[in-house]
Ligand binder design. Structure first.
Ligand code: PRP
Length: 383
């Protein structure tokens, strides 16, 4: 008994939302209706696994593991009228064309998969599949925190929310997934959105063309950075190494958000002469750290990374002293201006190429005390 009209049905949602259970229910009903059913699932990590799909509730249905979408058509039997594809988020994008083609031929295509990954980002070909489908059912799990409906998959590494840019396989870590509602889904180190220019409040210096990052935005982001650092350096001998003078305001706020015991150190560096707006690459060290940093975990705290010359020089020097680790935390990253690559581990805000001032950054040594990051009007002559 053939379907006269082919169609695509999507069963999607977070982990533990019952997708496979729902697909198996539909397949059993199809069999009762004397439909010929075939199920495919992706090979994950080169492991073919068992020839079945299994729901978290334990129900099973036989399935054929395939490496790619092009493996499916040669395996289809002429009498098949219902094709199910499980874990479709792991398939290549060819699965979209295949689902369409099968539906055009009059088959009923049932596709199950995660709509979003652990970061809350659309997962693989699922958005396209949902767009071309006749029917989309989003299932919900139960939030492990609040007991509300859950739409997100939370990834935990050693019990803590995984970072946005965490490697797919965290070596030696205990990994766990659970369902969470939007409110309780946590993804630290998500790149902060590029700040948009806000008007200058009344009474502020007239050379300012706008506020790029407000005092409130700085406060919130510094708290986030402090929480991440507190998570990452548990049990480690942490030294916050501030690069004077621009980094000083950031350091004093950041260290109050780092809940771990730590020490602070200072280096005074200059790469810009007064009146010069671009790093010369001639970096001068005016003050060096006091303590022996060998075997310690050094986190360099900077106000801004621009061309990268200053930090490249600082890292070269510090690496010769054999710290246990050497990482960078900068409030601002003017990434588009980079002339030499430096590995920046924590970024407050990635900003466009404006001449910025405030929160430690100077214009000819002044205005470091502004509580926000302001933009100097192009061509404005302060002196
Ligand atoms: C600023 C800033 C960084 C450096 C970044 O320092 O504090 O250290 O420039 O520029 P780069 O990535 O192009 O090298 P500056 O020399 O102005 O000294 P300051 O911190 O005393 O203001």
């Amino acid at each position: 008994m053939k379907h006269t009209n082919g169609s695509i049905e999507i069963v999607t949602g977070s982990m533990f939302s019952g997708k496979t259970e729902e697909v198996i229910r539909r397949l059993r009903r199809a069999r009762i209706a004397r439909q010929q059913v075939q199920v495919f699932k992706p090979v994950i990590d080169n492991r073919y696994g068992l020839e079945k799909i299994t729901s978290h509730a334990g129900t099973e249905f036989e399935a054929t593991p395939v490496a790619r979408s092009t493996d499916i058509p040669p395996l289809l039997k002429p009498e098949t009228t219902v094709v199910a594809i499980d874990e479709a988020q792991f398939f290549d994008y060819g699965v979209v064309g295949l689902a369409n083609e099968l539906a055009d031929r009059g088959l009923r295509v049932i596709v199950a998969g995660l709509d979003t990954d652990f970061r809350g980002e659309p997962f693989g070909p699922m958005p396209q599949l949902m767009a071309v489908a006749e029917q989309v059912d989003k299932l919900h799990a139960i939030c492990a925190i609040s007991g509300e409906e859950a739409s997100r998959t939370q990834r935990l590494i050693n019990g803590q929310p995984a970072y946005f840019d965490e490697p797919v396989v965290a070596v030696g870590a205990a990994e766990l997934y659970e369902a969470r509602s939007r409110q309780h889904h946590a993804v630290p180190r998500r790149p902060a959105a590029m700040p948009s220019v806000q008007p200058v409040p009344p009474g502020q210096p007239e050379f300012l063309g706008g506020v790029l990052v407000s005092a409130e935005q700085i406060r919130d982001r510094v708290a986030e950075l402090g929480a991440m650092i507190s998570r990452d350096y548990v049990g480690k001998e942490l030294v916050l190494l501030c690069i004077l003078r621009g980094g000083v305001m950031f350091l004093t706020d950041l260290m109050r958000q780092v809940s771990l015991p730590h020490t602070v150190e200072f280096m005074a560096i200059s790469s810009y002469e007064p009146g010069v707006r671009k790093s010369t690459g001639q970096v001068r060290i005016h003050l060096d750290v006091k303590q022996d940093i060998a075997g310690k975990h050094i986190l360099v705290v900077e106000d801004i990374v621009d061309t990268g010359h200053t930090l490249a020089r600082v890292l070269d020097l510090l690496n010769t002293r054999e710290p246990a680790s050497l990482r960078i935390c900068t409030l601002l990253d003017k990434a588009e201006r980079r002339e030499t690559q430096v590995p920046v581990d924590y970024v407050g805000f990635t900003i466009p190429n404006h001449f910025v001032v405030g929160y430690g950054l100077d214009v000819d040594e002044y205005h470091r005390n502004l509580p926000y990051i302001g933009i100097v009007k192009p061509g404005f002559n302060i002196g």
